[in-house]
Design a protein around this ligand. Structure first.
Ligand code: ZN
Length: 283
């Protein structure tokens, strides 16, 4: 299934994309695509519905982030060996874990705002893993049973705030609109191998990132198990698993986003996002 949320920001309704690419309204069946509705049995119930009997929604509706009420937005840094190399870093002996604030989350095609004073806002296409069933001390062998599905994430990053303002990376990762999620939450039955998906990102039609989840260093079962040693994972948590090479800071010379530009990015089978880059109106 390709599940989604549609409607005005903050008032999204749950929906699904049917086999003909038509959005179908699920709001008679659940209040939101969030929390316990992401568990295995709840998803099985949704899968048993006949999409043709659900109300169709106009195709020009706004898509919201594909998961609601995200409790934690956890990111893995330097998780592609070739990306680590382009940033001048080593692949670390254990995963780098950092946060994006949940207030950064936005729809897949919403505008991305350059924060006040930004000179180094950058892009990162990433595979997002959405937790459906929570737990702690999860065994690697059981980890995939905790996954509700997968989505595209753009881990938008302000490199000066991230790397030159002292302390952790979080200052440059959680600005408003720095976390587009979607277009869809794709359930695992539609993703044959999450570790073999092409992924790409373009700015104004120029392809900068052209990678594959094949080159991920720490893989999804390990990451779920690893994270669950340090926190309980809960339904609706999102784990963004790192980016392949081709980010702006890795270019010669480094290249960063300007207002007026357009990002397009996607992952095989998980859909595409498009964001216009704008100045923060309060900047
Ligand atoms: Zn990232």
């Amino acid at each position: 299934m390709k599940l989604l949320r549609f409607g005005p920001a903050g008032h999204e309704k749950p929906g699904l994309l049917d086999g003909d690419g038509v959005i179908r309204d699920l709001s008679a069946h659940l209040d939101d695509l969030a929390g316990h509705h992401l568990g295995r049995s709840a998803l099985r119930e949704l899968a048993s519905l006949d999409p043709a009997r659900l109300p169709a929604v106009s195709g020009d509706t706004r898509l919201g982030p594909c998961v609601g009420r995200v409790g934690k937005f956890i990111c893995i840094g330097l998780n592609y060996s070739d990306h680590a190399a382009e940033t001048g870093a080593e692949v670390p002996p254990e995963p780098v874990v950092f946060n994006k604030w949940t207030s950064a989350i936005c729809g897949p095609n919403d505008d991305v705002m350059l924060p006040r004073g930004s000179r180094k806002t950058d892009w990162e296409v990433e595979l997002g893993v959405v937790i459906g069933t929570g737990g702690r001390y999860i065994d690697e062998a059981d980890a995939m049973a905790h996954v509700a599905g997968y989505c595209v994430v753009n881990d938008v990053s302000e490199r000066e705030y991230q790397l030159e303002r002292s302390g952790t990376w979080d200052k440059g990762k959680g600005c408003d609109t720095f976390g587009p999620l979607g277009p869809w939450l794709v359930t695992p039955d539609e993703v044959a191998d999450p570790h073999d998906l092409a992924m790409w990102l373009e700015v104004d039609g120029q392809r900068y990132q052209d990678g594959s989840t094949r080159t991920m260093v720490y893989r999804i079962p390990f990451l779920i198990s690893y994270l669950s040693r340090f926190m309980s994972l809960q339904p609706g948590d999102v784990i963004s698993t790192g980016t392949p090479p081709g980010v702006g800071m890795g270019q010669t010379p480094p290249t960063y986003l300007r207002a007026g530009q357009r990002m397009r990015l996607g992952i095989e089978g998980l859909g595409e996002q498009t964001q216009h880059v704008v100045a923060d109106p309060r900047g």
